[in-house]
Ligand binder design. Structure first.
Ligand SMILES: Nc1ncnc2c1ncn2[C@@H]1O[C@H](COP(=O)(O)OP(=O)(O)OP(=O)(O)O)[C@@H](O)[C@H]1O
Ligand SMILES: [Mg+2]
Length: 518
């Protein structure tokens, strides 16, 4: 085949098998110089696998890769970076105890480069300025927000001379403002002729940033299209092979008594700084209360104090009248609290345990799985198989370690486990983050079903579309306080947006909506 000089990289007939799955089944993919190329597909479609191959992390079983028209074979990410290809992973790979500059040069020492710390810091600074990626080279990685850590990952790749940058769901963990900033950076890179390959489930975003789009389904290439002229509906149809509705059926809520009651709760964040500054909130059985807010305004801490994962400094928390402030996670579980955390691989699952074990993580102390002296293993596997089928979790079997699941399927596993216990209160933090359109739809339906079955749902989300779709009441958090609370049917995007941005004193007196705080 003749080489097209516009192409930066070309992958032909790539096959990658894992035990029990063909993750990539003769995939063909190519990206041009100077373009943003989005890679779309359902959870488990094979996107991360394909890019892990392109970045040298995995070796394909079959197929060829060409960079600038020349065939290449990568044995490690180092080989790929030498060819100008760098990847920022779905789960970051930085060393928390080291500084930004140290992380940027990590692994380069072995290559025999002599490194002058001041020069590195200056170069990190310069790259940051050139591409709009402000980072303090001397800060320790553990001190950085997720968005800042991502910038470090990108700077690290630029420092190594990447001309082709792969980003695996880069905006899943970003605030809308951080995502905007990232897009400006990507534009600055493509303007210089660099290539950006970008995996995302957010179709609006893909349509606005991508030049071309490749869709994978079941490990195969379905289509490569120009972004201009495509619609969300068409993309969704290519991805899942059926119509996807972008709204959910939601009957009016029929709330009952108060289930979760928080009174003037105060708590500190990991750095010891006040994160909850007097939060009072009630969630009734049979309703969904959404916490809207830009990440980092206390939402994580709010979820954690309710789930027994973070002590409170002051205030009361009750579930069905049972005191839970400073309770243990086990006490929270016994009170019927289910938690869908934002951090899926740390708090959410045990990556090295099997799918079945992860599904049983919260049930192993009680019958039918937990016995007096031993676990009822047969029941555990039977239950796991039933949950895998009911929640449509893509996995070769219930015996594989959870870390082998794709990002979206890991999230489904957590949901299955939490909801299977008939929870009284569901605390759901960013429950559809990283999920494909089909899975997002089913998670949203599931939360509504649980509500209608009588559960109280506390939903934490940054996605205002999601909040308006699901919430019966909306509370806005800003700097550790609830700065506004209103029934969803009386809320409008502008009011909520302003409150999220910290604009005070917005009140709808005519509707009786109140705002308080600060
Ligand atoms: N290291 C591995 N070992 C075994 N199976 C794997 C491994 N990595 C991926 N798989 C399997 O390969 C398939 C494709 O996974 P991949 O992570 O590429 O999907 P994805 O398109 O990135 O999905 P998501 O949108 O959920 O991140 C899945 O069935 C997954 O379980
Ligand atoms: Mg993936």
């Amino acid at each position: 085949m003749k080489h097209d000089p516009q192409l930066a990289v070309e992958m032909r007939h790539i096959v990658k098998r894992f035990p029990g799955v063909v993750a990539n089944d003769r995939v063909t993919f190519s990206a041009r110089k100077g373009e943003v190329h989005a890679l779309l597909g359902e959870n488990g479609a094979g996107k991360s696998t394909l890019m892990n191959i392109l970045s040298g992390l995995y070796h394909p079983d079959e197929g060829d890769i060409y960079v600038d028209g020349r065939p290449v074979v990568f044995h490690s990410p180092r080989d790929a970076i030498r060819a100008g290809i760098g990847m920022v992973h779905q789960h970051f790979m930085l060393v928390p105890s080291q500084s930004v500059a140290e992380n940027v040069v990590l692994g380069l020492r072995e290559v025999g480069l002599t490194l002058n710390p001041r020069r590195i810091e200056a170069e990190v600074q310069r790259l940051g300025e050139q591409y709009g990626l402000p980072v303090d080279p001397r800060a320790k990685v553990w001190q950085l927000s997720v968005g800042e850590q991502q910038r470090v990952e990108i700077v690290k790749m630029l420092y190594r001379g990447a001309r082709i940058l792969i980003l695996d769901e880069p905006t899943a963990v970003l605030t809308p403002q951080e995502a905007e900033q990232l897009f400006r950076t990507l534009r600055a890179m493509t303007a210089e002729g660099k290539t950006v390959i970008f995996i995302s489930h957010k179709l609006d975003e893909v349509l606005s940033i991508a030049d071309r789009i490749t869709v994978l389904r079941g490990g195969r290439t379905v289509a490569t299209v120009e972004a201009a002229g495509m619609t969300k509906v068409e993309l969704a149809r290519l991805m899942v092979g059926r119509e996807v509705l972008f709204h959910v059926e939601k009957p009016p809520a029929r709330p009952r008594g108060a289930r979760l009651v928080m009174r003037d709760v105060r708590a500190l964040d990991d750095k010891g700084i006040p994160a909850l500054r007097g939060v009072s909130l009630t969630v009734r059985a049979g309703e969904i209360v959404a916490i809207a807010g830009v990440a980092g305004n206390g939402q994580r801490e709010l979820a954690e104090v309710v789930c027994g994962l973070r002590p409170v400094v002051a205030g009361e928390i009750e579930v069905d009248g049972r005191p839970l402030a400073n309770a243990s996670p086990l006490e929270a579980i016994r009170a019927g609290v289910a938690y869908i955390p934002e951090d899926r691989t740390g708090t959410g699952t045990a990556p090295n345990l099997s799918v079945a074990e992860n599904l049983a993580l919260k049930g192993y102390r009680v019958p039918p799985i937990g016995g007096r002296f031993f676990l009822n293993v047969a029941t555990m596997y039977a239950q796991a198989r039933e949950l895998v089928a009911r929640f449509d979790i893509a996995t070769p079997s219930v015996h594989v370690p959870a870390r082998k699941l794709s990002g979206g399927n890991l999230q489904k596993l957590i949901l299955a486990r939490e909801v299977a216990r008939d929870p009284r209160l569901i605390v759901a933090a960013y429950p559809t983050r990283g999920l494909d359109v089909g899975a997002t739809e089913s998670v949203r339906q599931l939360l509504i079903r649980e509500r209608d079955a009588g559960a109280a749902v506390l939903l934490i989300s940054e996605d205002l579309d999601e909040i308006f779709m699901l919430a019966d009441r909306i509370a806005v958090m800003y700097e550790g306080r609830i700065v506004g609370e209103m029934p969803a049917e009386e809320a409008d995007l502008e009011t909520v947006g302003l409150l999220m941005a910290g604009e005070q004193g917005v009140a709808h007196e005519e509707t009786g909506t109140t705002t308080h705080g600060a």
